[in-house]
Design a protein around this ligand. Structure first.
Ligand code: G6P
Length: 432
């Protein structure tokens, strides 16, 4: 809980974002605190009734950060803020072609050197970011990485391998299940705990030994966009840093850093697809279902694309690793089913092309987002192709996220749903 301090009025909320329109001054309450709130004063006591002094924190966001400005919805504004949010997240984290180790905290070198396995726990979009990180960590650092949804993790008998680093990912740092998983894990013999989070004062950061802040700024739209891509950026920094301590070749490391440096401009060029995607959204006007396909790091991106579409347009959407089509989802494919495939230029492209062929043979309505250098012939007449500029393999999942966000946004606008406040959903899920 956080108290917002006003002038002749005081507030209480579970997240500062709810209070940013009315105040920038906050007092964070700790577990067990009792707050007395009156119109012109606030006091905090411990469980025994002793008065405590809790520091007042100021949120230093510009007025623009919490206003819609020229944009019709916060979500659209936040999608367009992504190049800046990523540049801010990288600011002071890379230098001379290297990731700066101290950005994770003072004990980082010791912990990351000793790390023999990584366990990531998260919910929602943060879980999808973590799934991409699994591919990066295992490929770059050759360190085994497991990812689990926090609400599952906390209620099962998990096994902790020696020297495992526990990583939590959360934009708010207040998600009840992720916090509970962290608290539970603390007594289970992990090597250490690292939080990737967008709110420095959050419970998750306060409870973790190491942390890396994303710098997305306040995200008002319930469906996560800029928070998600900055999480991916932070996780790629982590994978490279871990790789640096675990035999990642100097060449691949330098290539990874160079790709990160190009990321803000790659995102900006993906945003230029906006008018084409707005036109494409018309196609979804009467659709009830959609299937998203990806392979490798693009499978979690397909999951994120499906989640965005579900969340804000209320169209039922599912994501599958394209190689799994034959094991069930092909039965759903007919000429009513939009099938959205994500096709970067990577080692799985030829495999994905065969999967696209399987959809085509069943009459599915194909929409392909492809790297322009390999898009030739990937779609046939009557099918829809949107081309993205070539980008590096490591940043491709971050770049391909953008058109999927724009697609769900424009479909939702067309359907007239409440884009920023979708029904039944909350920005911070602070209860189980
Ligand atoms: C809610 C939000 C999602 C978010 C999820 C996890 O469901 O609507 O956008 O991904 O919580 O939140 P966290 O703050 O832990 O990232």
């Amino acid at each position: 809980m956080v108290m917002g301090l006003g002038d002749g009025e005081q507030y209480l909320a579970s997240d500062i974002h709810a209070l940013l329109p009315v105040t920038r001054r906050f007092v964070y309450l700790a577990e067990g605190d009792v707050a007395e709130i009156r119109a012109d004063s606030t006091r905090v006591f411990d469980e025994e009734g002793r008065e405590l002094v809790r520091p007042i924190k100021e949120a230093h966001f510009s007025a623009d950060a919490v206003q819609r400005g020229e944009y019709r919805h916060y979500m659209l504004k936040e999608i367009h803020e992504q190049p800046t949010a990523i540049a801010d997240t990288l600011e002071g984290r890379l230098s001379g072609g290297h990731v700066l180790t101290q950005i994770f905290g003072p004990r980082a070198v010791d912990l990351l050197t000793r790390t023999q396995a990584v366990q990531i726990v998260a919910c929602g979009s943060s879980y999808h970011a973590a799934l991409v990180a699994k591919y990066w960590i295992e490929s770059l650092a050759r360190v085994p990485c497991q990812v689990e949804i926090a609400s599952e993790y906390r209620y099962r008998d998990f096994v902790v391998m020696p020297d495992t680093l526990l990583v939590t990912v959360s934009q708010s740092g207040e998600t009840a299940d992720t916090l509970a998983a962290l608290k539970l894990a603390k007594g289970m013999g992990y090597l250490g705990t690292l939080a990737i989070c967008n709110v420095p004062e959050s419970s998750l950061v306060r409870e973790s030994e190491l942390s890396l802040m994303t710098r997305a700024g306040p995200e008002i739209g319930v469906a996560s966009t800029k928070a998600f891509v900055t999480q991916l950026t932070a996780l790629l920094l982590l994978a490279l840093e871990l790789g640096c301590h675990h035999n990642l070749s100097a060449q691949r490391y330098a290539d990874g850093v160079a790709q990160l440096e190009r990321l803000p401009s790659a995102i900006a060029s993906a945003l230029a697809l906006d008018p084409q995607i707005r036109a494409l959204a018309e196609f979804f006007g009467d659709k009830q279902h959609a299937l998203f396909l990806g392979r490798g790091t693009q499978f979690p991106i397909a999951m994120e694309g499906a989640l965005k579409l579900k969340e804000i347009s209320y169209i039922h959407a599912e994501a599958y690793p394209a190689g799994e089509l034959k094991h069930g989802p092909l039965a759903l494919v007919d000429d009513e089913m939009p099938v959205i495939a994500v096709a970067p230029n990577d080692h799985l492209l030829e495999k994905l092309k065969s999967n696209i062929e399987e959809v085509r043979a069943r009459g599915g309505r194909l929409i392909v987002f492809a790297d322009s250098s390999v898009s030739r012939g990937i779609t046939h007449a009557q099918e829809i192709l949107l081309e993205l500029e070539p980008c590096g393999d490591l940043i491709a999942p971050i770049v391909f996220t953008v058109p999927l966000q724009l697609l769900s946004y424009h479909v939702a606008v067309l359907k007239g749903t409440d884009v920023d406040q979708p029904r039944n959903l909350a920005k911070s899920v602070t209860v189980e």
